[in-house]
Design a protein around this ligand. Structure first.
Ligand code: ACO
Length: 253
């Protein structure tokens, strides 16, 4: 992506890491220079956020400079400062951050975790499928010292799911009710849990990963339910004809 100003004036070539300060690494200058550079960085972030939203068919951008300023998230920009006769272009953006999430495994066990999350990821249309996304992602993994299976991904597109499958062998995504996705390997080994688990004791409600709530066969939820007399009146049934299910059942559908 091109900008009105020279990208090469504010960013070195390669991968540039930004945080809430919006100050590019290696910046040296006075207060006026700082204001100038931060304004340009904000412009780059806003335009990349807009382009990413358009590419994903979103009505509003996930990434803006304003939001970054108020967060503890990280943005990695892929910069080619030699392109456009040395004016430079920004080719890609990857935003990460930790989020407090409830995540369900395949058994419906839920976990309260704060994993590193992939929040926004975009490579310019003219440069996709050339390995640049992998380059940016690998840099992030190395920088954040995380393996792909331990990441949660916010509303991944089909392209990103394909990307995770191709480069990291991650398939069969577990979609969560909060729109995040995790993969097998996200959860701790049973012998060595390193996150707080909830609802692990018999008799407690377990929320299923697919959004259904089910109950274990213990306690009052396991007891048979009496026929619903109002339902019988509406359907003109005698108590013996009731179709109302009893005992353990799906609570919501
Ligand atoms: N259709 C299907 N799969 C794709 C496509 C596509 N158009 N583009 C990339 N991929 C996947 C494929 O697995 C592809 O491998 P293949 O070419 O052998 O099929 C692989 O990614 C290519 O890997 P890279 O070249 O390293 O990835 P790329 O530079 O294209 O970056 C990215 C991947 C960021 C997903 C890019 O395609 C993109 O910006 N897409 C549009 C925006 C988007 O969907 N972003 C993710 C939103 S979800 C989120 O941000 C949390």
């Amino acid at each position: 992506m091109e900008f009105k100003f020279d990208v090469s004036d504010i960013f070195p070539s390669g991968i540039v890491e930004l945080n809430q300060s919006l100050v590019p690494p290696g910046f040296a200058g006075d207060r006026r220079g700082l204001t100038n550079v931060v304004t340009k960085v904000a412009n780059v972030i806003d335009q990349m956020g807009d382009a990413s939203a358009t590419a994903q068919g979103l009505t509003r951008p996930i990434t803006t400079a304003d939001r970054l300023r108020k967060s503890d998230q990280n943005i990695y920009l892929l910069v080619d400062s030699t392109a456009k006769n040395g004016k430079g272009v920004v080719t890609g953006m990857l935003k990460t951050g930790k989020k407090s999430l409830y995540i369900f495994d395949r058994d419906g066990q839920h976990y309260h975790v704060s994993p590193p999350c992939v929040l926004d990821f975009y490579i310019h249309e003219s440069k996709q499928r050339q390995g640049l996304g992998k380059q940016l992602f690998e840099h992030m993994l190395q920088k954040e010292q995380v393996v792909p299976s331990k990441l949660a991904i916010d509303r991944p597109s089909d392209k990103l799911l394909s990307f995770m499958s191709k480069h990291y062998g991650l398939q069969n995504a577990m979609r969560q009710m909060n729109n995040y996705v995790v993969f097998d390997g996200f959860f701790p080994e049973p012998a060595n849990p390193d996150v707080i688990t909830e609802s692990s004791s018999p008799g407690h409600t377990k929320e299923k990963a697919n959004g259904l709530q089910s109950f274990t066969n213990y306690g009052r939820y396991g007891a048979p339910r009496p026929p619903c007399s109002m339902g019988q009146i509406i359907h003109n049934q005698s108590p013996m004809q009731s179709n109302e299910p009893s005992g353990p059942q799906i609570a919501s559908q």
